[in-house]
Ligand binder design. Structure first.
Ligand code: ADP
Ligand code: MG
Length: 363
């Protein structure tokens, strides 16, 4: 779905009021009855109908004819609007630029602040994949089950935000988190190529150990990335240094389901090994083992980031709700590289031509 940035600033205060009323009504209605929207907004009946029509034309709400009553639901466009408006009120965003990525569960845009500094906007889209899993676990969602895509996307953004903040504060190589609202995150733009697009590196062995060390460092700080692969590792254009992104699936090393930890940890390690073997023909007998790393790390990094995150306000119950619905997915969603391709490519890091052609890191 496209973000219409030119539209962002032009919503009358009454339109905004009605849009917010639809959002509030969706907390416990899948389709918000028009009468409820009127009631929440405190505006005149006829006025509200007209405003809803305007919002509908702009795809911020959608009219739904129910068997019992007519009403509206908030669209992703409407939710995007509300989030971006909130962030622009706080001066963290001024303009929205090109889309640079489409993942299975997110859209990524370049945005800028009033000074023209580029940043990355990530919009979580959890409803995009099948929601069958959620429907089976409705008890978790309680009253909010009807707004599950909004609710789950917001949780994913909040979780990613909590982890990114803590990791950044502890000097892990992750983008600097800038702002978060509803299902969106704004973070530092990294001038980099995903490892997926890199054909050659000066020293595969060095990069390999840097990445394995990072997995170990995460684990010693109590965390497993859970999706540590060539799509989520960016290689800085200038320095060749790796930066890790994409945290909504991170798990604590002391997760109650210990089997999961081993599984996630091994999968992270295995992703890197496989990729290096296929792409760079590099293989090493050295790779970290979960039990060993955890065994050694009685005091680890000296802090437990899983504990820090838990204390940061992101609730355990929300972590649980997310875990229940997140079907572990392999990545491989479309990657638009229009932004990343621009400019000269200097330095020794070569980028793959086009999108992922040629040898494939993973099937
Ligand atoms: P998804 O959850 O959809 O996989 P990611 O967070 O992995 O989303 O981002 C998808 C893609 O967007 C990345 O592979 C990368 O190319 C680009 N991207 C994401 N964050 C940044 C960033 N901070 N700087 C530059 N590019 C980014
Ligand atoms: Mg990703």
């Amino acid at each position: 779905m496209k973000l219409d940035a030119t539209d962002l600033r032009y919503l009358s205060s009454d339109e905004f009021r009605v849009l917010t009323s639809v959002e509030m009504g969706s907390k416990n209605h899948e389709v918000v009855p028009t009468s409820l929207i009127v009631q929440i907004s405190g505006l005149r009946n006829g006025g509200v109908n007209k405003l809803l029509g305007e919002l509908g034309k702009r795809n911020l709400v959608a009219k739904v004819q129910n068997s019992k009553y007519d009403g509206y639901r908030l669209t992703y466009g409407g939710y995007d609007y509300l989030a971006i408006r909130a962030m622009s009120k706080r001066d963290s965003v001024y303009s929205v630029g090109n889309q640079i990525g489409v993942g299975k569960e997110s859209d990524i845009y370049i945005v800028a602040d009033a000074e023209g500094n580029e940043m990355v906007l990530k919009l979580h889209r959890l409803g995009r994949i099948s929601f069958r899993a959620i429907k089976e676990k409705r008890d978790y969602l309680g009253k909010r089950k009807s707004a599950s895509w909004m609710y789950m996307s917001r949780l994913a953004a909040q979780k990613e935000w909590a982890f990114m903040k803590v990791l950044h504060e502890h000097d892990f190589p992750v983008p600097r988190p800038i702002d978060q609202a509803r299902h969106c995150i704004i973070m530092e733009f990294i001038d980099a190529f995903p490892l997926r697009q890199i054909d050659e590196v000066p020293s595969p062995g060095k990069l390999y150990s840097t990445l394995m060390d990072m997995i170990v460092r995460f684990a010693r700080a109590g965390l497993i990335h859970g999706d540590f692969n060539e799509f989520n590792i960016l290689i800085r254009r200038e320095s060749g240094e790796p930066v890790v992104i994409d945290f909504p699936q991170m798990v604590s090393t002391s997760h109650e389901n210990a089997e999961w930890c081993v599984l996630y940890f091994n999968r992270d390690v295995e992703c890197i090994r496989t990729f290096f073997r296929r792409r760079f023909r590099y293989e090493s007998a050295f790779y970290p083992r979960f039990r060993k790393v955890i065994g050694e790390s009685a005091d680890g990094e000296g802090f437990r980031l899983d504990v820090v995150v838990a204390a940061s306000g992101f609730k355990q119950k929300d972590l649980k709700a997310l875990e229940e619905v997140r079907i572990p997915v392999n990545e491989g969603g479309l990657l638009l590289t229009s932004h990343l391709v621009h400019g000269d490519h200097k330095g020794r890091w070569t980028r793959r031509a086009g999108r992922g052609g040629g040898r494939r890191g993973r099937g």
